[in-house]
Design a protein around this ligand. Structure first.
Ligand SMILES: Cc1cc2nc3c(=O)[nH]c(=O)nc-3n(C[C@H](O)[C@H](O)[C@H](O)COP(=O)(O)OP(=O)(O)OC[C@H]3O[C@@H](n4cnc5c(N)ncnc54)[C@H](O)[C@@H]3O)c2cc1C
Length: 414
C-alpha cells in the first residue's frame, strides 16, 4: 500500500528558486518544510554553469554557478530543512496532493502549500522544425554544456551555433576555450536574444561573428552532421533566395529558447499565461490554484539568477503565511496588463494592499525611453531607461501608497 503523509510546505525543485523558497518559508516560521529534487544533488542548472557572473546583485560578487548555489545550500543545511533528492514529483492535483517516486518507493503527500520551482527546459530541433536529416552532432546548447562541464567530454571540433540566447553565447566561448573552432552564431531575429554583456564577453572578445536575420535552412550529413546551409531571412522570417551559403561543420548547437516545465502545474489546473508559458500569479506569487505558488524559471524565464532568488524569497514566505495565517485569497484582483512595446508583465494581478515589484520584458531593443505604469490616464509611476533589450528583464518596484484606488494597471514604453 502507498504510504501517505501530510506536510505543511512542499517545494518542488532544488535549483536556486527552490532553495531560496524553502529557506524563506522556514525563516518565516514554518517548522515543516520539505524540498523535493529529482537530481542527486541540489543546485539545479547552476551546477553546470562553471562560468562566472552570478550574484552581482545579491552578493555584489561575480560567482560561478556552483559557488552561487553553494551559498544557498549551506544556508539550507544550517536551517535543517527536510530534503528528498533522487525523488520526482509525478503528479499533483488541485487539492495539493502529490504522488512522489522516491528512493523508498511511491509516496502520497498532502501539502498545506506548494511552491512550484521546477525550472525550464530547452527548445529542441523538433520544436523549431529544422529541415534536413537527423545526424549525430546536433545538440541543444545546455545539453552540450552539461556533457562538457559535468562529464568532461568534448562535443565537436568545428561548430555552428543557431540562436543567440545566453546559453549559446556562453557555449560558443566555452568551445573556443577548449580548442574547437566556432565558425559563427546565427540569429533569425534582427537583434540578439542574449544579454549585451554576453555578446561582448563571449563573442566579440573571441572574434566569433554574429549574423543577425540569418538562420540554418538545412542540416547535411548521414551519420554525423557534416555541414549546414544558412540563409538571410526577410521581415517575415522567410529565407531570401540567393543568400544561401554552406558551412562545413561537425557540430550544431541550438540556443533557441527555453520552455517552463509546467506539466505538473497543468495537471493541477493551474492557469497558464501564453505570453510567459508560466502561471498567472497575483502579488503573493500564488497561482490560480489556492495554496500553489510559483517562482523562478518555471514562472517566467529569467536572465539573472539574482532575480530568481529574490522572487523565490517572496514565494516561500507567502507559502508559509498561507499555511500559518490562513488563506490569503485576495478579495480584490486588479489586473496588470502589457501595453505598447511590452511583451509581458508579472504579476498579472495585484491587490493594491501590498508593495509589489512589477517584472516585464520589452518587445524590441530601444534607447532613451520612458516606461510608464498607468491607471487609465493617471500615471502611477514612470521610469527613464537608457537602454531596453528583450533579453533583459526590467523591474519597477511600486509602494502600496501609490496603489490606493487603482482599478487597473497598464505598462507601456513611450
Ligand atoms: C546555461 C545557462 C547560463 C546561465 N548563465 C547565467 C549567468 O551568467 N548569470 C545569471 O545570473 N544567471 C544565469 N543563468 C540563469 C540562471 O541560472 C537560471 O535563471 C536559474 O538557474 C533558474 O533557477 P530555477 O531554480 O528556476 O531552475 P533550475 O536551476 O532549472 O532548477 C529546477 C530544478 O527542479 C528540478 N525538478 C524539475 N521537475 C521536477 C520534479 N517533477 N520533481 C522534482 N524535481 C524537479 C530539476 O531537477 C532542477 O534541479 C544561466 C542559465 C543557463 C541555463
Amino acid at each position: 500500500m502507498m504510504k501517505r503523509i501530510k506536510r505543511k510546505v512542499v517545494v518542488i525543485g532544488g535549483g536556486p528558486a527552490g532553495l531560496a523558497a524553502a529557506i524563506s518559508a522556514k525563516k518565516a516560521g514554518c517548522d515543516d518544510v520539505l524540498l523535493i529534487e529529482r537530481a542527486r544533488i541540489l543546485g539545479g542548472i547552476l551546477n553546470q554553469c562553471i562560468h562566472d557572473g552570478f550574484g552581482l546583485h545579491r552578493f555584489k560578487e561575480a560567482l560561478s554557478g556552483p559557488e552561487y548555489a553553494q551559498r544557498f545550500i549551506d544556508e539550507f543545511r544550517s536551517l535543517d530543512i527536510d530534503v528528498m533528492t533522487e525523488t520526482i514529483v509525478l503528479t499533483m492535483d488541485r487539492r495539493r496532493v502529490l504522488q512522489v517516486s522516491s528512493k523508498a518507493g511511491l509516496l502520497e503527500i498532502q501539502a498545506g502549500a506548494v511552491v512550484l520551482a521546477m525550472g525550464c527546459r530547452e527548445r529542441t530541433a523538433g520544436a523549431i522544425s529544422l529541415p534536413g536529416t537527423r545526424p549525430a552532432g546536433v545538440y541543444t546548447a545546455g545539453f552540450a554544456q552539461n556533457v562538457m562541464n559535468l562529464e568532461n567530454m568534448m562535443v565537436g571540433k568545428r561548430a555552428v551555433v543557431l540562436g543567440s540566447g545566453d546559453i549559446g553565447l556562453i557555449m560558443a566561448r566555452r568551445l573556443t576555450l577548449e580548442g574547437a573552432k566556432v565558425l559563427a552564431v546565427f540569429e533569425i531575429l534582427p537583434y540578439s536574444s542574449g544579454l549585451p554583456r554576453n555578446i561582448q564577453q563571449c563573442l566579440n572578445d573571441y572574434d566569433i561573428p554574429l549574423f543577425l536575420s540569418t538562420t540554418v535552412i538545412k542540416i547535411h550529413g548521414e551519420h554525423r552532421i557534416d555541414g549546414v546551409t544558412v540563409a538571410q531571412v526577410d521581415d517575415r522570417m522567410q529565407p531570401i533566395q540567393g543568400t544561401e551559403r554552406y558551412l562545413d561543420c561537425d557540430t550544431l548547437l541550438l540556443s533557441v529558447g527555453l520552455i517552463p516545465e509546467n506539466e505538473l502545474s497543468q495537471e493541477a489546473g493551474v492557469r497558464l499565461n501564453p505570453l510567459t508559458n508560466g502561471a498567472f500569479v497575483d502579488d503573493t506569487l500564488m497561482t490560480s490554484v489556492p495554496g500553489v505558488f510559483a517562482c523562478g524559471n518555471v514562472l517566467h524565464v529569467h536572465d539573472l539568477v539574482d532575480h530568481v532568488s529574490a522572487e523565490a524569497d517572496s514565494a516561500g514566505k507567502n507559502a508559509a503565511d498561507y499555511v500559518q495565517k490562513g488563506k490569503n485569497d485576495p478579495k480584490i484582483r486588479i489586473p496588470v496588463t502589457p501595453g505598447e512595446g511590452i511583451r509581458y508583465t508579472l504579476p498579472q494581478t495585484i491587490s493594491g494592499k501590498r508593495d509589489v515589484t512589477l517584472s516585464f520584458r520589452v518587445e524590441e531593443p530601444a534607447r532613451n525611453r520612458r516606461v510608464m505604469v498607468c491607471d487609465g490616464d493617471r500615471v502611477v509611476k514612470r521610469k527613464k531607461v537608457i537602454r531596453l533589450h528583450p533579453a533583459e528583464m526590467v523591474q519597477i518596484p511600486l509602494k502600496k501608497d501609490i496603489l490606493k484606488d487603482v482599478r487597473s494597471l497598464k505598462v507601456y514604453v513611450e
